[in-house]
Design a protein around this ligand. Sequence first.
Ligand code: GLA
Length: 445
Amino acid sequence: MSYQSRLPKSPLAALAVVALAAGTTTALSGAVPAAAFPGIHHPHAHPTITSQPWGDFEGQTVDLYTLTSGAGMKVTITNFGATVQSLWVPDRRGRSVDVALGFPTLSDYVNDFLQQHTGVAWPLSGGSGDTYFGATIGRYANRIADHSFTMVCSNCSNNGVTYTLPANNGTNTLHGGDLGWNTKVWSASTSQGPGYVALALSLTSPDGDEGFPASVTATVTYTVTTDNELRIRYDITNNEPVGGKATVVNPTNHLYFNLAGESSGPVFDQLLAINADRYSPIDTNFIPTAPYQLSVAGTPFDFRHPKPIGRDITNVSSPDGTSGPFPQLVIAHGYDHNWVLNGSGYRLAAVAQDRGTGITLWTYTDQPGVQFYSGNFLVGDLTGTGGHTYRQTSGFTLETQHFPDSPHHIGEPGWPSVVLNGGQTLSSMTTYRFTTGGTITHFGF
Ligand code: GLA
């Protein structure tokens, strides 16, 4: 019924976790053998990690960290919101391309991420709203209907207690509330070892934070490897004693990708495949609705084989022969849904590719779902890191997570639990790995 201390189970994943666990310590000399990263393409590469001051937020110093793989990948991450600001990878000709949507300055992030709290729309009302570009989302990613839930737990002190949360998305609670983890300054520590550099970012979210029960401590560890991977590990501990208050947690990262470059325009032609036979249909409040899981077969939601993201998004003729706008795409103005990933444990969740740059993104996760969002709320009012504006489909997200609105389905079959009991730790990992190569036409998940 509740989270166990979950670690990936496959041999590859187990090795990865050993390496990452070591990566969060400081004394690393010789502690992590290179063999802990199977498939290293660049065994002689030298990853680096540096930092620079990036400004202040509410009297706290904010830094920008730069992690390089030594094999052409460079990631900048700020401890404001534990946010990935840019993600540079080589294309097939060796040119460096920033494949993550982001902002050039800290004040852009503060204006964008804080607007729900301050009530000051940025840059104008009726604009894109809070984008969550590259941010860490917590304590609960995605939507909780009616901005409340009733805890259902055993060996806990708050079974049956109803909690009221902020309504920051119509009547829903979205991405942890008005002041989610993307609005906090995280404390940082860096480490490195053979084949990797790591940045561990931590915060404590107190009991009652944004209405959620129980104090939790979260650590997000970003690791860049010589294999041009960005690994994101979450360790979240419920600080209550065993038998104390349980809570719900669902962390994710909100990177928007554009594999032709963040300034390059629509991602319609980029290929995407998702390892999922089913998706979660939503009602007009974007909340999953019965029967909760539908087959993707014969619908625009079928990404079981690589296809251009835009192929069916505007097409009124569905692959099953019916015609007319597909209702689920009408509700969301595109894709903004949970795909129910096949299998369990740490596994390949999705592959995406731009055929021009050749940049290919491999997403691995131990999570049960992925929210594929086609940037539908971007309306052309935001200027990104490269000095261009972002519009609908300028980027797409692959937010690995539990199913939306899970707190209203605790204990129900088909709904993996998001309950974290007192004294328990959730450990979870998602990897974004970049390669270049031939066109993906098919692959086995
Ligand atoms: C998530 C949601 C979207 C939207 C974006 C941020 O992806 O599912 O509906 O709120 O965050 O704009």
